[in-house]
Design a protein around this ligand. Structure first.
Ligand code: PRX
Length: 650
């Protein structure tokens, strides 16, 4: 059930509203209010019109084939994503325009023009071919935020090899699981990456993971930090710079079917292992190109910066594919926002003259806590539009961002979407939409989103329910890699043939959407999606642990924090050392972002008579609330003792 919390009632009473500034609206890429009605009247015609803005080698025959839940868009069409992101711009006068402006954490920087990008992508694509990688072969990429990461992705796209990018913060074990699920042939990694003044040991992790990843034949290693020069494995590892040495500077783009897989990207769900979300070539590219153009209002002279990591979908869609499809200049920064000081982001904005900034609520709340002095040190007057993504934004953080970063005159677009949706689904169009702090406002034209109750009935104004999407859209996920049954079950079975987002939402009297967070067992920690089951499996993997249950607890900065309730094996005593050990164990198994904030020891976990753990009660304990309904508990004494132990901490 979607709970009606007090905070959302307060949200719906949010009365501040911000119409588009007149000068912004006058120049906006989309300022026609009729666009919503036109798209709703003929969604397929609407998308087909936008698809005409891509370069196709062969025109499609059919816009949509929908055999629920399997969609095919632009059937019969052929295109190449790297051609659309690079070659056509080089041909159309942007050869010398900056495509990627990159800054490393130590302060090194580099600019790749579209001409440079074409050359480097072709050289690397030829290198991949020389290693025997061809159309349809999966390639896993485990790189830091260096320009070689988008170059590797675009080179894969050029030769038709789907990529699977694994975020550099994931552990060796997480990397291994993802490689094995995708049966990748090649791994592209680096010796290390810089983060908060230290080095992330990517090559070490890769070596550990490759011991259990037999599908990998070769590993390409980028030299970034010089920290693994003695660790190259003969016959398997090859340096990036050796691979591209002497490679031709041109490489024909492979004509791909619109429906061919461009990439897979792993994300967490309620059950089991992370799932490989499959994205297409044509529909995906159309979705990211169109949303980047209208939501971020990309213009020829913009300097656009999305602060996400390319290891997550936000970086795929809005650092790489969306901006480059539009021929824009996209900024990439390698490191952390507080290195060497807490004004690093503002230093980057001022140094490159960033005009559009896209970041996460958790970052904004962190900046709020650090105070206004840091942004005030820099000239941020180039900014004209700002966005947020990844989790609900509280109105205070929205208004702070608008005021202290945007100087009170940049629209803020709160964009709701998911790894599965590929591109932005609910968001203002900044030249058209009156903004309300805390609301993602309205579905993008052509997207038919609604809120349903348990019985599948649309809820009225003010009511809470499940956010769903009624019709297929071009950038939607096509499948879960290798597991169509799970695909059907996870997304399409709750309401037959309707996409279930697993998010709760409400709509206000103006029809605006207010997102309430996940309704499944997914925890959103600083915008990172983590399954409770993954953390629980990591905990019970430790020999001291008999049973574990995890919940997400409200957290002022991170949105949610992980709290684990753990039952230890009989002979093991509770101690602070065990807490430290278990936290480190989870971080080692999954990655640092999954490290629990708190571990509570429980003699027993609260369960229903049928043996299901009652997470709702654990959340009540962790957040110091009065316990909700306990009548279905098998043994009510279990929560009483937990409450006595931990309930007064808040
Ligand atoms: O709960 C929603 C939240 O992030 C989830 C998707 O996570 P992921 O697939 O990692 O993609 C994140 C970036 C697109 C959603 O189910 N979420 C994302 N954006 C918002 C949001 N919640 C509220 N408001 C948003 N703007």
């Amino acid at each position: 059930m979607v709970e009606n919390t007090g905070s959302i009632d307060a949200l719906l009473q949010e009365e501040r509203s911000f119409p588009p500034p007149a000068d912004f609206a006058a120049r906006a890429n989309m300022s026609d209010p009729e666009i919503y009605a036109r798209a709703a009247a003929d969604p397929e015609g609407f998308w087909a019109g936008l698809a005409g803005e891509l370069d196709w080698f062969q025109q499609w025959d059919t816009v949509l084939e929908w055999d629920a839940p399997f969609a095919k868009w632009f059937v019969g069409g052929k295109l190449n994503v790297s051609y659309n992101c690079i070659d056509r711009h080089v041909k159309n006068g942007r050869r010398n325009k900056a495509a990627i402006v990159w800054e490393g954490e130590p302060g090194d920087w580099q600019v790749y023009t579209y001409g440079d990008l074409l050359r480097e992508v072709c050289r690397f694509a030829n290198g991949l071919k020389s290693l025997g990688v061809g159309k349809g072969d999966r390639v896993t990429i485990y790189l830091p935020m260096t320009p070689e990461l988008p170059i590797a992705m675009l080179a894969c796209a050029r030769i038709g090899a789907p990529h699977s990018v694994v975020f550099g913060g994931f552990s060796a074990e997480s990397l291994r699981d993802r490689i094995n699920d995708s049966q990748s042939k090649l791994l592209i990694t680096a010796d290390g990456g810089y983060r908060r003044g230290g080095i992330v040991p990517l090559k070490q992790n890769a070596d550990d993971s490759l011991e259990g990843s037999p599908s990998i034949e070769k590993a390409v290693v980028l030299r970034r930090t010089g920290s693994a020069d003695d660790k190259m494995v003969a016959g398997r590892d090859i340096w990036w710079h050796d691979l591209v040495q002497g490679q031709p500077q041109t490489c024909e783009p492979e004509p791909m079917d619109s429906e061919d897989m461009l990439f897979l990207l792993y994300t967490s769900g309620t059950t089991g292992k992370p799932k490989g979300i499959v994205h297409s070539s044509g529909g995906y590219l159309l979705g990211v190109q169109a949303t980047a153009k209208w939501v971020f209002d990309l213009k020829e002279d913009d300097i656009y910066w999305c602060t996400a990591d390319i290891g997550w979908v936000t970086g795929h869609s809005y650092i790489v594919y969306g901006p480059l499809a539009n021929g824009a200049t996209t900024v990439m920064y390698e490191g952390s926002p507080d290195y060497p000081d807490r004004d690093r982001f503002w230093d980057v904005v001022a140094k490159y003259g960033v005009t559009i900034l896209y970041t996460a609520p958790t970052a904004i709340r962190t900046f709020m806590r650090w105070g206004e002095d840091y942004p005030r040190r820099h000239d941020l007057s180039t900014l004209r539009l700002m966005g947020t993504v990844g989790e609900p934004i509280n109105p205070e953080a929205w208004v702070w961002y608008w005021q202290h970063i945007g100087g009170g005159n940049c629209p803020v677009v709160d964009t709701w979407w998911q790894t599965e949706t590929g591109s932005i689904m609910i968001s203002p169009l900044p030249g058209l939409t009156t903004l309300k702090p805390g609301s993602a406002t309205k579905p993008f034209p052509g997207i038919e989103a609604e809120i349903l109750d348990e019985a599948g009935q649309p809820v009225g104004p003010g009511g809470g329910g499940y956010l769903i999407v009624k019709r297929p859209w071009p950038s939607m996920l096509r499948n879960i890699y290798g597991d169509p049954e799970r695909f059907k079950e996870t997304y399409w079975s709750r309401y037959d043939g309707i996409y279930f987002t697993a998010d709760g939402a409400r709509r206000d009297d103006d029809g605006y959407f207010w997102l309430l967070g996940r309704v499944d067992d997914v925890i959103n920690v600083s915008g990172h999606r983590i399954g409770t089951m993954e953390v629980e499996s990591a905990l019970v993997d430790n020999l001291k642990v008999a049973e574990a249950a995890c919940i997400g607890k409200d957290h002022e900065v991170k949105g949610q924090a992980i709290v684990a309730f753990v039952t230890l094996k009989d002979q093991v005593a509770m101690s602070a050392d065990v807490v430290t050990e278990l936290k480190a164990h989870v971080a080692g198994k999954i990655g640092a972002m999954a490290r629990p904030d708190d571990i509570y020891f429980a003699a027993e976990l609260p369960k229903t008579r049928s043996g299901k753990i009652m997470r709702r009660l654990l959340r009540d304990v962790a957040e110091g609330r009065a316990l909700g309904d306990t009548t279905t508990l098998a043994d009510p004494a279990v929560v009483d003792s937990l409450k006595a132990q931990y309930g007064d901490e808040e």
